[in-house]
Ligand binder design. Structure first.
Ligand code: ADP
Length: 264
């Protein structure tokens, strides 16, 4: 089984002020997924400009200060949930259009967190869909949090990947993003970045600078923290550039493609 992440940076314009889909990338990737003929596949996608701007505006995941603040956050939660659901519909439609039997799984309907970490999630339904040959499509969403001081949180696609991988033990975990892998420094902000082919600790980076865009879930550092925890359990993952033609397809087919492998 393979878990494939489609980063918010690739399927949306992450820097956009309004929710904006990158249809070119999405359609090409949907075609590549179909062409790869992968049978046992779970797709997780990020929220990009469909989630981060709202989660940030309403400070979802931060403690609330008053009743009024709680009510504002509650409305912000509902708004965010609705936008990420729209993105998920667009992603599933693109996959189905290319002949992939995509089935939407909504995190806010069955996952809860405690202090922003997933504490309850019955993922047996994901397994049941997989067994029947569906391709479950799960995504970064807002969820209820059991910590009374925050009550609502954002759960990133990266945290979902790590939870699913721990519980379902896939053969491979592939993350498609908008850069060629992990570099010693943010390649979008620095000259002469050097790609790190195999990473086993955050110490291998020169500086810990999270991302170039608004990312309420921690950008590249948040992603690496999740993947390094997985690596400790013996589950390797690879970060590749989903913006390059055919890389997702080749990776799904089991070929070695350029990128960064995160391992123990
Ligand atoms: P996604 O939305 O695809 O999950 P993120 O936006 O969370 O991806 O993270 C990818 C971004 O992380 C890149 O666009 C890059 O600007 C930024 N980044 C920051 N530091 C690094 C680094 N050391 N190596 C690679 N990318 C980095």
């Amino acid at each position: 089984m393979i878990i494939l992440k489609l980063g918010g940076s690739i399927i949306t314009d992450k820097a956009a002020k309004e929710p904006t889909v990158n249809h070119n990338h999405l359609n090409r990737i949907a075609r590549e997924i179909k062409n790869s003929n992968t049978s046992d596949l779970i797709i997780v996608h990020g929220a990009g400009s469909y989630g981060h701007p709202f989660a940030k505006e309403y400070s979802i995941g931060k403690p609330f200060s008053s009743d009024e603040d709680f009510q504002k956050k509650r409305m912000g939660f509902a708004i965010t949930q609705s936008w990420v659901k729209k993105l998920n519909s667009i992603v599933c439609d693109a996959l189905r259009k290319h002949g992939v039997p995509a089935i939407s799984i909504q995190p806010s309907s069955f996952i809860t967190t405690e202090n922003k970490r997933i504490n309850k999630a019955d993922i047996s339904i994901v397994d049941s869909y997989l067994k029947k040959g569906f391709v479950p499509v799960i995504y970064g969403d807002v969820v209820l949090d059991e910590d009374p001081s925050i009550q609502m949180a954002v759960v990133s696609g990266d945290q979902i990947i790590s939870y699913l991988a721990k519980n379902l033990l896939p053969e491979r975990v592939i993350l498609g993003t908008d850069v060629d892998g992990v570099f010693n420094k943010n390649p979008k902000l620095n000259k002469d970045p050097r790609i790190i082919e195999t990473l086993s600790s955050l110490q291998e980076l020169d500086s810990v600078d999270s991302t170039t865009t608004v990312d309420v879930t921690g950008g590249m550092i948040g992603k690496l923290e999740e993947l390094l925890k997985l690596a400790q359990l013996g589950i390797e993952s690879e970060i590749i550039n989903a913006g390059c033609n055919n890389l997702i397809e080749e990776a799904l087919k089991g070929k070695k493609v350029p990128g960064t492998v995160i391992k123990k």
